[in-house]
Design a protein around this ligand. Structure first.
Ligand code: UGA
Length: 438
């Protein structure tokens, strides 16, 4: 392979992109500003939990195709194509995205870039960012081209989604930029993965439009769950039934505690903020409702727990199953389950949170909460079990066995993944969100 790649930022997106591009045969250098992360990555270890990524990373470091650095100069001089994969979190006190890492990394790279290099944005950004970067680079790094190539990977499936994406989207303004990205993605294009070439704003918008659609789908089914609860209907059956219509589809219709994580919540808010700046605020007012429905799932669950335990949770023992925002991840950013656990603890309950992978990260954010990596230890003397994140191992729990160690056999399935009949037959009072009470 002739093109050499640099990947700026080694979070879920950057570390996965760097390792997977090396897996495709490219020589890759990854950059992060945190020296401890770089050291860990260079030793073949992933600083977060992501299935399959360890093996891909280790294999490619050993093969000499992949290494990591903290030096922008080294990364800029090594690569011909530079992928920007840094975070764009929500600004505190505003819906808008904090763009300091994106502009900071481009500015740090610029003085070391070579004429003919291509900078490729992969971070999720407000529409208009690529044009702004192009303008900056035309002054600070003449002869350097730019493209926008949004990433659609899901945590928990990051390697699979990078090596077998549903589609590739590139926003370009030159034939050279397109040709270079066709070369980078040639192994995927050869597998007939759709390759869409657009302008900058369209590529930027594809990403936030996709995440907004997914968030809307989840909030739609959660709104139906609210109505089902009021009417005594079953949202799980309703979702299955509407999902058979291929125009609707059955994916992303799992009603429950709603969406969290580092992407969907902040992306829909940043999208609303950007639309406002563009004078198109009205077009996205529905996303405010999507956000509200989603947040209401959390307060509704707190209310349900409180109701199940009498009028108050004070001094009640509550075991929360799941700290991460979804299974197969150790990411606790904006985790619905952890949010509910914190609300219950703040209301005076004795809460223990169990998670197979997320307790270390959860402890960093909420150090005063009690955590356990053993379900039985977390459930001893519980007055109520709350199933908040659908890790597969929770479906393996034997309700009869668990029933022997709790104080009261109360369970709330906030993810609609437990076998209601099995738990009921074992003598549990089970409530599932959006499903009939008995
Ligand atoms: C999401 C998108 O799915 C990716 O395509 C996108 O690349 C990524 O954001 C990003 O912008 O980087 P991710 O945040 O990893 O990926 O998680 P999802 O699998 O989308 O789940 C998001 C949340 O929705 C989770 O809390 C999950 O529990 C919840 N969810 C998902 C539901 O409540 N119901 C569903 O039916 C599906």
């Amino acid at each position: 392979m002739t093109v050499r790649l640099s990947v700026i930022g080694t979070g879920y997106l950057g570390a996965t992109h760097a390792a997977c591009m090396a897996e495709l045969g490219f020589d890759v250098i990854g950059l992060d500003v945190v020296p401890e992360k770089v050291e860990l990555l260079n030793s073949g270890k992933v600083p977060f939990y992501e299935p399959e990524l360890d093996e891909v990373l280790e294999r490619n470091i050993k093969a000499g195709r992949l290494r990591f650095t903290t030096s922008f100069q080294e990364a800029a001089e090594f690569g011909d194509v530079h992928f920007i994969c840094v975070g764009t979190p929500q600004q505190s006190g505003s819906y808008a995205a904090d763009m300091s890492q994106v502009f900071g990394s481009v500015r740090s790279l610029a003085p070391h870039l070579k004429s003919g290099d291509l900078v490729v944005g992969k971070s999720t950004v407000p529409v208009g960012t690529a044009t702004q970067i192009a303008h900056e680079l035309s002054q600070s790094a003449p002869g350097v081209d730019i493209a926008w190539n949004p990433e659609f990977l899901r945590e928990g499936f990051a390697v699979e989604d990078t090596l077998n994406p549903d589609r590739l989207v590139i926003g370009v303004r030159s034939h050279e930029g397109e040709a270079k990205l066709r070369e980078v993605y040639a192994p995927l294009i050869a597998k007939d993965i759709p390759f869409l070439v657009t302008d900058f704003p369209t590529a930027e918008l594809v990403k936030v439009a996709a995440n907004s659609f997914l968030a809307t789908k989840i909030s739609f089914i959660n709104a139906m769950a609210e109505v089902c609860e009021a009417a005594g209907a079953d949202v799980v059956q309703l979702a299955e039934a509407i999902g058979y219509d291929t125009r609707i589809g059955n994916r992303f219709l799992a009603a429950g505690l709603g969406f969290g994580g580092g992407c969907l919540p902040k992306d829909i808010r940043a999208f609303m903020a950007r639309a406002g700046e563009l004078g198109a605020e009205e077009a996205l007012t529905f996303l405010r409702e999507v956000d509200q429905i989603n947040l209401r799932r959390r307060s509704h669950t707190v209310d349900l727990v409180t109701k199940e335990l009498g009028a108050s949770v004070r001094d009640k023992n509550i075991c929360v199953l799941g700290a991460t925002f979804k299974p197969d991840s150790d990411d606790v950013r904006d985790s619905p389950s952890l949010d509910v656990a914190v609300a219950l603890a703040n209301a005076g309950a004795n809460v223990i949170v169990h998670d197979p992978k997320g307790t270390v990260n959860a402890e960093r954010v909420y150090p005063t909460m009690k955590y356990s990596t053993d379900v039985a230890a977390a459930a001893v003397d519980a007055d109520l079990i709350l199933h908040g994140t659908e890790w597969a191992e929770y479906r393996e729990i034997d309700p009869a066995e668990l029933g022997k160690i709790v104080r009261t056999k109360n369970v709330i399935d906030a993810r609609n993944k437990l076998d209601v009949k099995l738990w009921r037959d074992a003598g549990w009072n089970i409530r599932a969100l959006g499903r009939p009470t008995a």
